[in-house]
Write a protein that binds this ligand. Structure first.
Ligand SMILES: [Zn+2]
Length: 435
């Protein structure tokens, strides 16, 4: 009897802790919003309101490779790319010779992690997503209560109206995704007037979100987390490295998975060392890594979808299979996540977030445990920590999360298995989508 009573008392304490949060989160991504746009562009009234009534960080530390799908999936799962397996926007899986491109909704590409909207549903709360990479895929067999396949033509206003209606209905967790200022950044470069206008437009969009929440009496009960996936750096046609000038693509290379700021490929069987020796000193703006020598700090090594050879360019430079693959853009991302130009912004606001507070920069993988904390959920194993993010939780209620346990990467595939098959070079990337 005494034991049961103490158990009830204990459960009561836990429930009080959970009750410290409103358990309502709206996660918003504005693609390609570099951290310093907030400081260099003036008259951003609504972002200013978010900052003065909430918490912001000077920047956040995102994950390598700084491309849209991997960085978004690291935020939503709390896992580095080598742990969740979303290693690029375009991938090749040597275990079953299959290819991935953005828009692929086969669960096998996504099941290496558990995104926040899945955690929500599995723990008997509700999630709904108006876009986010992977949110329209039955990950571990689970989908959000409401979701849409990605369609960039849906007006931003419609997305806002729908998401706020979801929250009004009682949904615990909702996402919004906007593909700006990324698009203007690619087309015109990060320092362009077009980017300034796009950021001002996104400030208006932020204003509409705040107004709509206010009109529906949701502003004071919703924790808003506003993030981006990566920054943007200047590039141009002359900053492309033509791989075909150094190696014979058809005789040296088996498979190229992706190209741009970085290129990941499989050399022909028996040519691994020869190809590496050619490329290691081929161009002063490009570094060649054998898979086993990829720097540990990128957490971009221990997964079978990371292919045996990785080329990484210096900021602004890109590597292409040949000149026909050069893209006419003035802005790009994908480079080393340590470069300041690749870092995104962060602002959060809501009943459980400190007002007018500046947080230390933290890792994008910390967002997952932050969100499970705010939603009163047990996090799935992840690479994040509450260490820094707890500093901006109001009243700092006792942390209820289970200690995060880093998830180790899956087993590497044997390169001999990869090399036994012969097939012509087929690029996974067949379109010019630049997300
Ligand atoms: Zn992006």
């Amino acid at each position: 009897m005494i034991n049961i009573t103490s158990l009830i008392l204990t459960l009561g304490v836990v429930s009080i802790c959970y009750g410290a949060y409103t358990e309502r989160v709206l996660l918003i991504s504005m693609d390609g919003f570099r951290y310093d746009y907030l400081d260099t562009i003036s008259n951003l009234t609504n972002f200013g309101y978010m900052k003065s009534t909430g918490t912001h960080a000077p920047y956040i530390n995102n994950t390598f490779i700084t491309l849209t799908f991997p960085t978004h999936y690291s935020m939503s799962t709390g896992l580095y790319s080598e742990s969740n397996g979303m290693v690029s926007n375009y991938m090749f899986d040597p275990l079953d010779n299959t290819s991935f491109g953005m828009g692929n909704v086969e669960p096998k590409w996504w099941d290496g992690g558990e995104p926040i909207w899945t955690t929500v549903m599995k723990q008997n709360k509700t999630s709904a997503t108006f876009f986010w990479p992977g949110s329209d895929v039955p990950i571990h067999g689970v989908l959000p209560k409401y979701y849409f396949p990605y369609n960039k033509t849906i007006p931003f206003d419609d997305r806002i109206d729908t998401a706020v209606n979801w929250l009004k209905e009682g949904i615990n967790f909702a996402t919004l995704y906007f593909n700006e200022p990324d698009k203007q950044g690619h087309d015109f470069g990060p320092e362009s007037n077009e980017v300034i206008e796009a950021v001002k437009y996104m400030d208006e969009i932020m204003g509409k979100i705040l107004d709509k929440l206010r009109q529906n009496d949701l502003l004071d009960s919703t924790n808003i987390i506003l993030v981006s996936d990566h920054g943007m750096a200047y590039t141009n046609r002359s900053m492309n490295i033509d791989l075909s000038k150094y190696v014979n693509i058809s005789t040296h290379i088996e498979k190229i998975a992706n190209y741009g700021a970085a290129m990941n490929f499989i050399p022909k069987a028996g040519m691994e060392d020869a190809v590496y020796n050619i490329l290691k000193d081929a161009h002063p703006k490009m570094t060649a890594y054998k898979k086993e020598d990829i720097p540990e700090e990128w957490h971009y090594k221990n997964h079978h979808r990371i292919l045996p050879m990785l080329l990484v360019c210096d900021e602004g430079w890109q590597v292409v299979p040949d000149e026909s693959w050069i893209r006419n853009v003035l802005g790009m991302h994908g480079w080393d996540n340590n470069l300041m130009s690749m870092k995104p912004f962060f602002i959060a606001r809501g009943p459980n977030i400190k007002e007018d507070f500046v947080a230390e920069p933290f890792k994008s993988v910390d967002l997952y445990p932050l969100m499970t904390e705010l939603l009163g959920l047990n996090p799935a194993p992840n690479n994040g920590t509450l260490e820094i993010v707890k500093s901006f939780l109001k009243d700092n209620p006792e942390m209820t999360s289970v200690t995060a346990t880093p998830q180790l990467a899956t087993t590497q595939s044997s390169s001999s298995k990869i090399m036994t098959e012969t097939y012509s070079v087929v690029f996974v990337a067949t379109t010019l989508l630049l997300l």
